[in-house]
Ligand binder design. Structure first.
Ligand SMILES: [Zn+2]
Ligand SMILES: [Zn+2]
Length: 276
């Protein structure tokens, strides 16, 4: 592929817990995982259950180096990590990054706890890939590869969460999941991360009619995503982190309604790919 291309692939678009079956057939059921390909480099945001098919794809394609950045460590964002095949292959290099627990838990500690009995039978010393663990704090600017700049900021989510803005080749991708908004307020941290972005992936767990009931759960709505994208002149909005009970019919309706308000809005689905 062209060295300046910025490509996005959704491997998991659900929040909370994976789902399967005919009601979810079209949009998919894997949890949080988005691949951003910057030329030859692969950057992945979150390791939900979508990380498992992503890993199988990378191994089949001979990819040897992957960077995974976690927004936070809730199950729906890490559960695919033990099933990410590249970590078991010698010759691979897998680097994990996190920052929302700066000073409280390192990325290495999270990985060691996740990969240990009784939660999982395989321990980290059985990972044959060269594993790298990196820690940062909110606000830091990361450079995982030459030409790839990632800015970070704190989102409003129980236990903390990091929002990301990746810039490569003059384009910008923003990952804003998970976060809860305050009604009538446009979060300045989010506005800064998504300013003029070519694509904004946003936590749209709830619809407006549900929001009041789930205040404090740490999630937002597609209509807030639209308001933020309009205010920040972002080009496209990926409605993401779908409620596990939101079936294809409900998501179709959301997409129609969201597009009426913001032409660049769409409901993200598993395996969807796009070039920015
Ligand atoms: Zn989540
Ligand atoms: Zn969460």
């Amino acid at each position: 592929m062209d060295g300046s291309q910025l490509r996005v692939k959704f491997w998991g678009v659900r929040g909370s817990v994976p789902v399967s079956g005919s009601p979810f057939h079209r949009y998919g059921g894997n949890t949080a995982c988005v691949e951003v390909r910057c030329g030859q480099h692969t950057v992945i945001f979150d390791g939900g259950s979508g990380l498992a098919p992503a890993g199988a794809h990378f191994v089949a394609g001979g990819s040897s180096e992957t960077t995974v950045l976690f927004t936070h460590f809730h199950y729906d964002h890490i559960i695919g990590m033990p099933f990410f095949l590249p970590i078991y292959y010698p010759g691979n290099r897998v680097t994990l990054w996190s920052g929302h627990m700066a000073g409280k838990m390192t990325t290495r500690q999270m990985f060691q706890q996740l990969m240990s009995p009784p939660w999982f039978p395989v321990q980290p010393d059985l990972c044959d890939a060269k594993m790298g663990f990196r820690d940062f704090k909110s606000g830091d600017v990361l450079h995982p590869y030459e030409g790839v700049t990632i800015r970070t900021g704190s989102l409003n989510h129980p236990g903390g969460c990091i929002g990301y803005r990746l810039e490569y080749g003059g384009r910008a991708f923003a990952m804003i999941s998970d976060t809860e908004h305050v009604e009538g307020v446009l979060d300045p941290v989010v506005l800064d991360l998504i300013a003029g972005a070519d694509l904004v992936v946003y936590d749209c767990m709830y619809v407006d009619s549900e929001f009041e009931k789930f205040r404090g759960f740490g999630h937002s709505t597609w209509s807030q995503g639209v308001r933020l994208c309009e205010a920040a002149s972002a080009k496209r909005l990926a409605i993401y982190h779908h409620h596990p009970m939101r079936d294809d019919v409900a998501l179709d309706e959301i997409e129609i309604e969201a597009r009426r308000k913001f032409a660049g809005a769409f409901v993200a689905r598993d395996y969807q790919e796009m070039e920015l």
